[in-house]
Design a protein. Structure first.
Length: 137
């Protein structure tokens, strides 16, 4: 099973993230998002932040999670490469995200993400969990 894949969207880029569980799919969504920004294989998991959010439904939780990741990227000047997510039945997400401070001499500069959009955002659960999101570049 692939972790994620990208698709074209007008002036934006979308991704689908997959997992055997909702937690794993959210972890792969974080990887997909940060691989738009840089090559995460070059990002050392030396610093850790914790995220604690709740939302009214799974799509809103995905949006809030991605927004929180983008917030920490922009405010803390960090890139992330490891994502450990736990979501309970009340849609309360706790995550430990690992990465390091941005160093454009070390990290490949790919594409800046300006915002997360609700446009075509989906959470589908069948035998696998599939998430879909589009980010504004």
């Amino acid at each position: 099973m692939k972790s994620y894949e990208y698709f074209e969207a007008t002036a934006d880029i979308g991704f689908k993230a997959y997992g055997n569980t909702l937690n794993e799919a959210f972890e792969n969504a974080g990887k997909a998002m940060f691989n738009i920004i840089t090559d995460t294989s070059d990002v050392a998991p030396s610093n850790e932040i914790e995220i604690d959010i709740s939302s009214e439904d799974e799509v809103a939780l995905l949006y809030d999670y991605l927004e929180e990741l983008l917030f920490h990227h922009e405010i803390d000047f960090m890139l992330f490469s490891e994502f450990h997510v736990e979501i309970d039945e009340n849609l309360h997400l706790k995550a430990k995200i690992k990465g390091e401070n941005i160093n454009w001499d070390k990290h490949e500069r790919k594409t800046e993400i300006k915002a997360i959009t609700f446009h075509k955002m989906e959470v589908n659960k069948t035998e696998l969990v599939e998430l879909q999101a589009i980010v504004d570049l």
